[in-house]
Design a protein around this ligand. Structure first.
Ligand code: BTN
Length: 259
């Protein structure tokens, strides 16, 4: 077993950030870190506050799905108060921060799949759920929720094993969650601050998407479309070239690579 304390002191000690992760609350168990982070944001907690838990009992994924967080995973949420223009970029900030931190800590090669999946060898290792409250043209708060499978034996979770993986499963050894969290928070702050400087975050995200140029099937609600994932727009939507030549802009959906 690697040394693996997720106490606030262990996380903040030596953390090279200005505000993300400088306030941390750790729980042994929670239904969902995003729910606590949203409540704490409404109460006006500091920007960059992180809520983290050892396990979630009702972790939430996109489009009403559930997210499994047994012990050995990382489940955390970051509170932000961004300008409205940054909102579509938060998923890019989070995906890239996860990718860069995995690569920094483990040397594993990460792929990003539109819209928010982080993959290792084609299997999902992390899920991201960004939630926000907007009034008029003002963002009351945004919460970036990140669930990362770190030290999970996939053989113990047959329900997700066909499509999921973990860092330890890929590496054949355990990984320090403290190191992962610190790297992730530092990368997230760097990328978040870079949003002010223009479109570099968007370009980094676009260039990392394994989805682009591939024949895909996209399910969005009740509808399914096929085509070539041609590009992404700066607002994060996917541009799908359909068999009849038309270009379809897809804001939310699930992508399956067809070959
Ligand atoms: C997805 O892939 O559908 C997104 C999964 C997001 C899971 C994380 S774990 C931390 C945070 N709290 C939640 O309840 N969900 C997010």
């Amino acid at each position: 077993m690697v040394e693996d304390s997720l106490s606030p002191a262990a996380i903040t000690n030596g953390l090279a950030t200005r505000f993300i992760g400088q306030e941390v609350t750790c729980y042994p168990s929670l239904p969902s870190t995003n729910d606590v982070a949203k409540r704490r944001a409404k109460e006006g907690d500091k920007e960059g506050t992180v809520i983290i838990t050892e396990e979630q009992t009702a972790g939430r994924g996109r489009i009403g799905r559930s997210w499994l967080t047994p012990r050995g995973s990382i489940a955390l949420s970051i509170i932000l108060y961004p300008p409205l223009a940054y909102l579509p970029s938060l998923i890019m900030v989070a995906s890239l921060a996860v990718a860069y931190s995995i690569e920094q800590v483990t040397n594993l090669k990460v792929q990003l799949k539109w819209p928010n999946d982080v993959l290792l060898n084609g299997k999902k290792v992390c899920g991201i759920l960004v939630e926000s409250d907007v009034r008029g043209d003002k963002v009351d708060y945004a919460v970036i929720g990140i669930g990362l499978n770190v030290n999970l034996k996939l053989s113990e979770f047959p329900q997700i094993a066909p499509m999921a993986t973990s860092l330890s499963w890929e590496l054949g050894r355990e990984v320090s969650r403290r190191e992962m969290v610190q790297s992730l928070l530092a990368q997230a702050e760097k990328l978040y601050l870079a949003l002010a400087a223009g479109d570099s975050v968007f370009k980094q995200w676009r260039d990392r998407l394994v989805t682009l140029g591939k024949e895909v099937q996209v399910s969005s609600g009740e509808t399914t479309c096929k085509g070539v994932a041609e590009s992404v727009a700066a607002d994060g939507s996917l541009l799908l070239r359909q068999p009849d030549g038309s270009l379809l802009k897809i804001v939310a959906g699930d992508v399956t690579l067809r070959r």
